[in-house]
Design a protein around this ligand. Structure first.
Ligand code: 13P
Ligand code: SF4
Length: 305
């Protein structure tokens, strides 16, 4: 079977079996082409709350499949590749969050959505990179404890000058590999290119960027810009998608280190095998986890309107 034939089979099977395929923006182009919806973490969460099909296959990482289960508990939520997990979601556990709560009793706890559902039960509200500034500005309390991504938190802090922030020292291992020296080298090689980066990058990188935003915000910026060349400081797949979407423009990856092995784990063949019931992992969560995590995610959707 070649790629085209497998895609055709996937499209036929998902229709026959009433399955919805969701894909995060970091998934590969062949998966994008068979998905019902592709988006950044915020758009995926909003879409997951309103899916009409019985079964949802998530092509992304584990916390994204958990979010589908939390928002649509009556549906079957399947993670296309059970090995795909976000290392940042493992950086804080229940013991650590209890310690943080004792240390910052007056703070509203704002958790990046890249956390486990169990952890979400212990926080006040979730945010994503595209919704964090708006949501935090809508929180009444001036004291914010932002977990676990310190780089995203510091980027948000600069745009919320009326809030006092405390941080946990976590972050995305993929985006943290990009450094100022990569920016210097890329700018030298491509002096006319605009630098577009994800706010999970270190501040030494975001401070030098022409634009920082979520995966789909970076894509929208490049699509709508009249410029012709762009250096992309996020997971390498976004360069590939932009090359498909804007063939008249040129895109360069900021660093060859910017590869998320977890996001790369899911293949088109995994999606096909999932539809045949031979692969993937159905997500099961305890009722109290669903209820607790749902409160934090729904608060994100409410404050993000
Ligand atoms: P966004 O899609 O919200 O930009 O998140 C990026 C990311 O690293 C997801 O794991
Ligand atoms: Fe996690 Fe970073 Fe990979 Fe996103 S890119 S899944 S935050 S490790």
């Amino acid at each position: 079977m070649n790629t085209r034939e497998m895609q055709d089979e996937i499209l036929r099977l998902k229709k026959d079996k009433n399955v919805c395929i969701l894909a995060h923006a970091y998934q590969s182009q062949d998966i994008w082409e068979v998905a019902d919806f592709v988006g950044d973490s915020y758009a995926l969460s909003r879409y997951a709350a309103s899916v009409s099909q019985e079964t949802v296959i998530m092509c992304g990482v584990r916390f994204m499949a958990e979010t589908v289960k939390v928002l649509s508990p009556q549906k079957r939520a399947i993670l296309a590749n059970p090995l795909a997990g976000c290392p940042m979601a493992q950086q804080i556990d229940q013991k650590m969050i209890s310690w943080l709560k004792d240390r910052y009793p007056e703070h509203t706890i704002v958790a990046y959505i890249n956390t486990t559902s169990a952890l979400k039960t212990a926080v006040d509200v979730c945010v994503t990179s595209s919704s964090a500034v708006h949501i935090i500005n809508n929180i009444q309390n001036d004291k914010i404890l932002f977990i676990p991504d310190k780089n995203l938190g510091e980027w948000v802090e600069k745009q919320c000058p009326n809030k006092q922030f405390a941080f946990f020292k976590g972050g995305c291992p993929t985006h943290m590999r990009m450094r100022k020296r990569d920016v210097d080298q890329a700018r030298q090689l491509h002096p006319n290119a605009k630098l577009l980066v994800h706010p999970e990058c270190l501040s030494e990188v975001t401070e030098l960027a022409d634009f920082a935003g979520s995966t789909t915000e970076i894509m929208a910026y490049a699509r709508e810009s009249s410029e012709k060349e762009f250096i992309i400081g996020t997971e390498s797949s976004i360069v590939q998608h932009l090359q498909f979407e804007c063939p008249d423009k040129q895109f360069y990856l900021l660093s060859r280190e910017c590869v998320c092995h977890n996001m790369k784990m899911t293949t088109l063949a995994d999606v096909y095998q999932c539809l045949l019931g031979r692969s993937g992992e159905e997500i099961f969560l305890e009722e109290h986890v669903i209820q607790g995590a749902k409160r934090a995610i729904e608060e994100m959707i409410r404050l993000g309107q």
